[in-house]
Each structure stands twice: as structure tokens, then as C-alpha cells.
Write a protein that binds this ligand. Structure first.
Ligand code: HEC
Length: 383
């Protein structure tokens, strides 16, 4: 408050002198959270779309006021993860040419904004506008959300609150969660159940919370029970929390530098690396995260075309294992991890067995869940 009354020149405090408000620049302190972008004119309203009502068209979007006196308005914008930070996506005008100072999503599915009336004296009044989308006003989910918020949480039973941990509206999820926490120990079972059964819990949070909870003596047993439950649900279930939220830069480092898993020994990305496995350039575009996870922890579940392993027994008694790269009626070219490319006469081969994936079983198990999460994030960036 009061920037209009400053006496110039203003002394450079750390905020300005150390460029703390600048987006990433060379020489920046590594100790600060780096601003994503400089956007809008300064301290005015900011709201995150809760996911229902007018907000359902703006899921994962923010509304932010850009107060410029007579001009300006409200922007909508979203962000997507970029390394350990974010980048700005899809900025647009939500409503423009009004001097809005604040904005909020209302439980009835509308958006309210508070608008300056152009007058600078302290007694003058402002306007409150309500912005509605007629297409969502009849949406039963909006009515339900409104009732849930209006009724409060304290009189709800645990079954209801647990169900609401998966509610499409952020505000209902959050209130239900706070109420369960407030009730203490009896709620642990509810959270456990939600972790097991709900599909929309944020995976990143899951891994971090589970790690933290596993270190607390009071929660250790619950976390162990949770992991046991998942182990019985198939090979990928225990790894579900590695699917999203990793750090692609850390993942690249593992891919290129970790000697025990040596991904680069067998895989190229573009031009560098080995030929035993498929070139992974573009894999992030071709395959969903679940496939990438499966490739790492259960390589034999699906084998990339052209990479099925074979074991060949030769007339003279030697064995060669690898994958068939080319085959004609009398010759085949075998790519063997041990011996490189071998051209073999088919008449010299006495037995041919389909083998396992050339990707060693157990590579995934040598990595921690954090490493897997980072690797998967890295692989999705290979577009
Ligand atoms: C000893 C060689 C070897 C090593 C080491 C290896 N891979 Fe593989 N990988 C393969 C082969 C061969 C295939 C193809 C067969 C298959 O799909 O299982 C493959 C398949 C894959 C696939 C699926 C590709 C597709 O197009 O379907 C991914 C993803 C992958 N590997 C990632 C990795 C990562 C990440 C590492 C390091 C943690 C790694 N691999 C280490 C040999 C290897």
C-alpha cells in the first residue's frame, strides 16, 4: 500500500537490487523460488478454479485481476510443470476493460468480481459483478456442491466425508479433508481407504505423503498395510504414485549417468547411446505413462516390435542370444548385447527359442520410487 506516495529515487532493497522478482536469469540465486513469469500489474485478486460450475470450463486455470486503473480486466491462465518449476500456458482475457480489483469463484457456480468505480476518495463505493454461464446454471453438480458447502462439514458422517475426498470440487475435497483431520485417529482408516480406492488423488502428493507418513511411528503400520494391499493388486499397482510429478532433469541424469542401470548402454535418444533397445526419441508422444512404467518394472509384459529376444543354438554347439534385426531366407542378423551384430547362416542354426525382453528384468527394481518417477517424467518429455 502506498506506492503512489513514495519519494523518488527509491532505495534499492533486496527485492529489486537482487532481482528477486525476475524470472530465471543467469547468475540467479539458487536459494529462491524462481518466478515463472512477470504477468499483470501487481497486487490484485487471484483465484484458482475449483472444478465445478463456471469453473469446470476452466479446470486447472487461474483467474487473475490486472488492475490498471481505467483499463485492464481479468485474465485466465494455466501453468504446466517444467522441471522443478512451471511455465505459463494459454493466457487469455476472461473479462476485459473493467478495473477489477478482486475475483472469486462462488459456491453457486458463478464468478464474482469487485470493481473500482474510478473514484479515489475513501468513502466512495465499488461495484460487485456476478458473472454466470447459462450453460452450467442447471448443472446438478453445481446444486450438490452448493448444498455440501452451505451445510458445512461438522455434522457429516465419516462415510460421507471420505466420499467427498474424491469430490470434483476442490473446496468440498478440502473441507472434508480438514474435518477428517480434525476428528483425529478414527479418520486414519478413512484416509487409508481413500488412498486405496480413489483414482483421482494427486500421485505426486501421494508419494511424498507416503514417504513422510512411513517415517512417523504412529502411521508406520498403516502405511505398511497400504503397501501390502497394493502388492496384491498386480504388478503396476505398487508403483502408481511414480506415474506423475517427477523431475525430468533428474530423470535425464539417471538415464545418462547411472552406471548400475545404464540405460544409455542400450538406448539411443536421437544419436547417442546403444542399439540393443529401441531408440527412445519420440517415446513420450507415442506411449502413455503407464506403458513407460511397465517397460521399466515389467519389461516382459509387452515387448517393443523388432526387439523380441531369441536364443540360437548353432551346429557347432555355441549359443547366441540377442534380437533379430534382419532376416532373409538364408541369413539373419542378430544384435547381441555381448557380441554386437552377428550375421549368421540359417543352415548353421539348429535351434531357435523365443527369449525374454532384451531389457533386463529387475532394472526397475534397482531404482527407488523417486528415481522411477523422475525417469518416467523424463521419458514423457521425449517428443
Ligand atoms: C541391456 C539393455 C537394456 C538396458 C540396460 C535398458 N534397456 Fe530399455 N529396453 C531394452 C530392450 C531390448 C527393449 C525392447 C524390448 C522390450 O520392449 O522389452 C527395451 C525397451 C524399453 C522401453 C520401451 C520402448 C518401446 O518402444 O516400447 C523403454 C521406455 C525403456 N526400455 C527404457 C529404459 C530405461 C529408462 C532404462 C534405464 C533405467 C533402460 N531401458 C535400460 C534394453 C535395455
Amino acid at each position: 500500500m502506498g506506492f503512489q506516495h513514495l519519494t523518488y529515487p527509491v532505495p534499492l532493497r533486496p527485492w529489486a537490487a537482487e532481482k528477486l522478482w525476475h524470472p530465471a536469469w543467469k547468475g540467479q540465486s539458487a536459494a529462491i523460488v524462481v518466478p515463472v513469469v512477470n504477468f499483470t500489474q501487481g497486487p490484485s485478486g487471484l483465484a484458482y478454479c475449483p472444478g465445478t460450475g463456471l469453473g469446470s470450463n476452466y479446470e486447472h486455470y487461474f483467474l487473475v485481476c490486472d488492475f490498471k486503473g481505467e483499463g485492464g480486466g481479468i485474465h485466465s491462465l494455466s501453468v504446466r510443470p517444467n522441471g522443478a518449476s512451471f511455465e505459463l500456458v494459454n493466457p487469455a482475457h476472461f473479462i476485459w476493460r473493467i478495473p477489477a480489483t478482486d475475483v472469486e469463484f462462488a459456491p453457486d457456480g458463478s464468478v464474482y468480481d469487485c470493481t473500482w468505480n474510478g473514484n479515489i476518495n475513501a468513502q466512495s463505493k465499488a461495484y460487485i459483478y456476478k458473472i454466470i454461464d447459462p450453460r452450467v446454471s442447471g448443472d446438478p453438480l453445481v446444486a450438490k456442491t452448493q448444498r455440501a458447502i452451505a451445510g458445512g462439514m461438522t455434522r457429516r458422517n465419516e462415510t460421507q466425508l471420505t466420499q467427498w475426498l474424491g469430490h470434483p470440487d476442490l473446496r468440498v475435497r478440502r473441507e472434508a479433508q480438514f474435518e477428517l483431520v480434525e476428528r483425529g485417529a478414527p479418520s486414519v482408516a478413512a484416509f487409508e481407504g481413500a488412498l486405496q480406492h480413489q483414482t483421482n488423488t494427486l500421485p505426486r502428493l501421494q508419494l511424498d505423503v507416503l514417504e513422510a507418513a512411513g517415517l512417523r511411528p504412529t502411521l508406520k503400520a498403516s502405511v505398511a498395510r497400504y503397501h501390502d494391499g497394493l502388492n496384491r493388486k498386480g504388478i503396476l499397482a505398487p508403483y502408481r504414485e511414480t506415474l506423475a510429478g517427477g523431475n525430468a532433469i533428474a530423470g535425464r541424469k539417471i538415464f545418462q549417468e547411472r552406471p548400475d542401470v545404464s540405460c544409455v548402454r542400450c538406448h539411443k535418444i536421437g544419436n547417442d547411446g546403444g542399439d540393443v533397445g529401441p531408440n527412445l526419441a519420440g517415446i513420450g508422444q507415442k506411449q502413455p505413462r503407464e506403458y513407460l512404467l511397465e517397460s521399466l518394472v515389467a519389461p516382459n509384459a509387452k515387448i517393443a516390435p523388432g526387439f523380441e529376444g531369441v536364443t540360437l543354438t548353432m551346429k557347432i554347439g555355441t549359443l547366441h542370444a540377442g534380437s533379430v534385426k534382419q532376416e532373409t531366407s538364408d541369413e539373419l542378423v542378430l544384435n547381441s548385447p555381448e557380441e554386437g551384430f552377428l550375421t549368421l547362416r540359417k543352415s548353421d542354426i539348429t535351434d531357435r527359442q523365443r527369449g525374454l525382453s532384451g531389457m533386463p528384468e529387475g532394472v526397475g527394481q534397482m531404482l527407488s520410487k523417486r528415481d522411477l518417477r523422475d525417469l518416467i517424467e523424463f521419458l514423457t518429455t521425449l517428443k
